[in-house]
Design a protein around this ligand. Sequence first.
Ligand code: HGY
Ligand code: MN
Ligand code: MN
Length: 421
Amino acid sequence: MKARKGIYMVIEEITGRIARDLEHLKQYTATPGNGCTRLPFSKEARQAVEYLKELMHEIDLEVSEDAAGNVFGLLKGEDPDAPCVMMGSHYDSVSNGGDYDGIAGVICAIEVARLLREKGIKPKRSFVAAGFNDEEGMRFGTGYFGSGAMLGHRDVEYTKKFCDKDGISIYEAMKEYGLVPENIEEAAWEEGRIGSFLEVHIEQGPVLDAEGVELGLVDCIVGIQRYMVTVNGRADHAGTTPMDMRMDAVDAAAKVISKIADWAREKADGTVATVGYINTVPGGMNIVAEKVEFTVDIRSRNNDNINDIAARIKKALEREVAEYGGSYEIENKLTITPVELSAEMLDIMEAECKELGYSYRRMLSGAGHDALEIGQNLPAVMLFLPSKEGRSHCPVEFTKYSDFAKGTVIMQKLAEKLLDK
Ligand code: HGY
Ligand code: MN
Ligand code: MN
């Protein structure tokens, strides 16, 4: 019983610190009062990173910020050359998002480092707490910029390729933020420096909350493909132009868009497809649209499904623009395959959940995460915490601070095992 009492004390303390930190970080948003908007290379990102660095310094971690805007806190092991155990998540957010997506996982990682310090643990291999930049891809439509750069998957050409809605490229945004885009490849860690990656994250879906389960042990993360589609037509007068003389980009785009969700439903295996952004140009009520831009985000555990839906979209676009002699462009913004997470680490977490009496279940992640990018190359694992009513990517996103504390303790137990292997 003493052990149980001890853990409750610890949980309470951890809960208090996590609450303090996440409450503090809430202020770093471009939309106060309307959710968290902390876009990459923004003032809010800078403020959040400075706070994370302060927390890392407080527990004597070796703090660094890399050429991609990632921030790391190193707790050095006896053998600093042994592959490290890295734990973290992203500090950026979507627009008008929630206060926990990503950033809570960074705080939990710093908390694990603090607990290791407090226990006076001298690990064989190093522990690194990581805060990644631009996981969401919200500003430039891409995704996993920071964790991708850490794996050497980003170069200066990539930073010039993608722009935000104001036409600012990643390249220009990096310079404005004080980074040197030409140095982006310096963010890559050499092969063998990272041994495993652990990520605590809110579920962002309804499963754990609906089932009343405390922890989600994630065994697979879906693959994702993202596109920006532009359908070209011709601007004309909406009143005088006969229907058979129009080159109406909206008419064509709408016929394609209206099919996409059903193509995902037909797979009947959890495959999803979303058109989250549509923009007509010039956007006048009495003007036949000259151009329509829309995004597509396709996800599935089965990569063939993603490829099939992407192919059907292209075929439908060909067909619809041919009807009126129009044209289309389709820009691939992200392609990443599904990843199966580490069975060994999942088993360790499951044993710790049983030991501490936490309810848990294994589950799929329909959301992409830094673990999806990192898991392409390295053993990775994720631990989900319940999202109230499954809501996320919106201001009402909520997860209890005590749930983050439970996730932290489980991850600490896993980290201690990995650190001494
Ligand atoms: O889009 C996602 O799945 C994640 O929130 N970046
Ligand atoms: Mn996230
Ligand atoms: Mn997100």
